[in-house]
Design a binder for this molecule. Structure first.
Ligand code: PNS
Length: 166
């Protein structure tokens, strides 16, 4: 049996923390599908296409890894793929409540799919897409926090945002 893990998220944009989690997912599953959410509660910085393309750029042709977009319920998507597990990262205590609620609700929707919480590398624990966006927005250095392609995309995005506001 092929063990398929879905790693869902907004990836707005993908960070070194996400990359770390994807590699950990690949170590425990036969295949990993990175599932980029179409619908988000708040307006994303990057379009869906940009978020998907950045994940693809960062990982290139990595064997056993696929990048897909999804809309609607995560569990419908995971069931349609025949996934056995959903991987989520747990960084700090503040993540826990939301993640726990989501895992329980997801189990109610699809009892056969397990949620696996993985802990990121020590130096990536305090990293989030929102912090990266914030730093980049004000011209700060995000080297080491994101792949160079993501760093370039952030610079271009904020340059065009600033220009369009002028
Ligand atoms: O990177 P994020 O923003 O923490 O990802 C959250 C995401 C996209 C994984 C979550 O919001 C989600 O699964 N959305 C799809 C809709 C859904 O299934 N919601 C019910 C979860 S209980």
């Amino acid at each position: 049996m092929t063990r398929l893990a879905v790693y869902p998220g907004s990836f707005d944009p993908i960070t070194r923390g996400h990359e770390d989690l994807i590699r950990r997912g690949l170590a425990i599953a036969d295949r990993v599908v990175v599932a980029v959410a179409t619908q988000m509660s708040k307006e994303p910085l990057f379009t869906l296409e940009e978020r998907v393309d950045l994940v693809k750029t960062v990982f290139g042709r990595t064997p056993r890894l696929e990048v897909r977009r999804f809309d609607g319920l995560l569990m419908d998507f995971a069931q349609a793929l025949g996934a056995q597990m959903v991987v989520r990262g747990l960084r700090y205590v503040s993540d826990f409540e939301y993640e726990y609620q989501m895992a329980l609700m997801n189990r109610k929707l699809a009892p056969e799919i397990e949620t696996l919480f993985l802990v990121p590398a020590f130096d990536l624990t305090y990293l989030s897409s929102s912090l990266v966006r914030e730093v980049a927005r004000f011209g700060g250095n995000v080297r080491g926090l994101v792949h160079p392609a993501v760093s370039r995309a952030l610079t271009a995005k904020f340059r065009s945002t600033h220009r369009s506001r002028r």
